[in-house]
Design a protein around this ligand. Structure first.
Ligand code: NAD
Length: 436
């Protein structure tokens, strides 16, 4: 059963070619309460999605293509468009099986629905996934250009129901290539009107989350605290600088690249900064005795192996999907009395920075800054504090609370366009977009 799902991307690509399929989709039919595939031979995948209890979550649509040049598998996942068309970045990543490819897209796009809703953005949740396969030389610029130009064509073909952006494995040049074939991309280069690198606002958002957590924890601030930061990259660097500026007693930080450590030391060298170079896979910084642990490198680092060894009071960082298993690990942290600030709450500035870039720019844009101030009801500080408070009152771990609140907000309809995304999807199905 479902053997297609255990195919590697390469095997699945051969299957698609054998059946002369270039574009295809899986749509949730809300009337029939069924997932429908565009092609009969793909219905087993639709049935698998229908039966999945964990990740599918009634995704409104998944739109896929096999590129004409280089045969690359690409997809746009649209989870929920009540608050607006789907917005989220595109990941370029290797997958062992088609099930892994699908699950990553599903999980990430559902996460974007929640992140966007909690941020008060009038955007729905979506994510793009492009499969890296062994035969692709991902450092070849010409090849990348072909891949991402065709990805832009996919965005155009699905009529804006999903607006893409940068994510793990994609960079500014890839987005410029996407933008050359579609208007439905954000995070485009500043030279053509885009918003540029969001890492500084992301780091400020993490600081706001920490401040709310510390206020909640003991009424204090960052001053005189010990903070451990894993990852000294684009977010880690400004984060460390701000923590030192705010009077942290000690910032213990690590990275796997000496060059990135050198940049931080050059920018904000201080005797209160204790940087170290670690080997890939060395997670010992997680076990540092500290007030706040800020994961700013990779995901899934909080799991049954690491959580029992943590010696922090609070976890608050930028890395996506820090909990290996969202609900299980949230439970364990809660049982251990460690305050966990959900990552999708504090690292929102990446999407906030680019989601509305078509509305133009104002210096010190109040629509951006309100996320980083304390008054606005959807600000990072305010929402973090509220979630921690509800979590304590209800005896419920904070990520559970955040998800519950996000899921309520995700149902709200866009004040102008209503549930237009669903109408776009219906039009695509009716017009058999995949035959164009
Ligand atoms: P980055 O690649 O610039 O930085 C990550 C750093 O972590 C790199 O310097 C890398 O060498 C280091 N690293 C990797 N594995 C490590 C390990 N095991 N121990 C120590 N260091 C390690 O990425 P970034 O833009 O700074 O983003 C950091 C995290 O935050 C990522 O998970 C990203 O998805 C997430 N995030 C970033 C933004 C943003 O605006 N950049 C927004 C939302 C979420």
């Amino acid at each position: 059963m479902f053997t297609l799902l255990q195919n590697s991307p390469d095997e699945f690509i051969q299957f698609l070619k054998k059946h002369h399929i270039r574009r295809f989709h899986f749509i949730y039919d809300f009337d029939k309460e069924k997932v429908i595939a565009s092609h009969k031979v793909l219905q087993p995948i639709a049935d698998f999605l229908m039966q999945d209890q964990r990740d599918f979550a009634k995704h409104e649509g998944i739109f896929c293509q096999l590129t004409k040049k280089h045969d690359v598998l690409q997809a746009g996942f649209i989870h929920k468009t009540n608050r607006g068309n789907a917005a989220g970045g595109t990941r370029f990543w290797p997958y062992a099986t088609i099930e892994d490819f699908l699950r990553d897209g599903l999980r990430l796009s559902k996460g974007m629905t929640r992140k966007n809703a909690l941020a008060g953005l009038w955007w729905g949740g979506g994510k793009g996934v492009v499969a890296q396969t062994d035969n692709l030389d991902i450092h070849n610029q010409g090849l990348r250009r072909d891949i991402f130009r065709e990805y832009g064509e996919l965005m155009s073909a699905i009529r804006g129901v999903y607006v893409t952006a940068e994510d793990v494995g994609t960079g500014p040049q890839d987005i410029a290539d996407i933008f050359s074939t579609t208007r439905f991309s954000t995070c485009i280069p500043p030279t053509v009107g885009g918003s540029g690198n969001p890492s500084q606002p992301t780091a400020t958002g993490v600081v706001r989350g920490m401040e709310a957590a510390l206020r909640f924890f003991d009424g204090g601030t960052i001053k005189e605290r010990t903070i451990a930061v894993q990852g000294m990259g684009h977010v880690g660097r400004p984060l460390i600088r701000m923590l030192l500026e705010k009077g942290a007693a000690k910032v213990i930080a690590c990275d796997i690249k000496q060059g990135n450590i050198d940049l931080v030391v050059k920018e904000c060298g201080s005797e209160r900064l204790q940087p170290s170079l670690v080997a890939i896979g060395d997670n010992s910084i997680l076990f540092t005795e500290c007030d706040v642990l800020a994961p700013c490198a990779t995901g899934a680092i909080l799991n049954p192996q690491t959580i029992p060894q943590l010696k922090t009071k609070i976890v608050c960082g930028a890395a996506n999907n820090q909990l290996e298993d969202g609900l299980r690990d949230d439970d364990t942290l809660f049982e251990r009395g460690i305050l966990y600030v959900p990552d999708f709450l504090v690292n929102r500035m990446g999407i906030v920075n680019c989601a509305n870039e078509q509305y133009g720019y104002i210096p010190n844009d109040p629509y951006q800054l309100r996320h980083l101030e304390t008054e606005w009801e959807h600000s990072i500080f305010h929402v973090t504090f509220k979630i921690l408070q509800i979590s304590r009152e209800q005896g419920e771990p904070p990520a559970h609370t955040a998800i519950r609140l996000a899921d309520v907000q995700a149902e709200h309809l866009h004040p102008i366009f209503g549930h237009r995304g669903l109408d776009i999807i219906k039009g695509l199905v009716q017009d058999r977009w995949f035959e164009e």
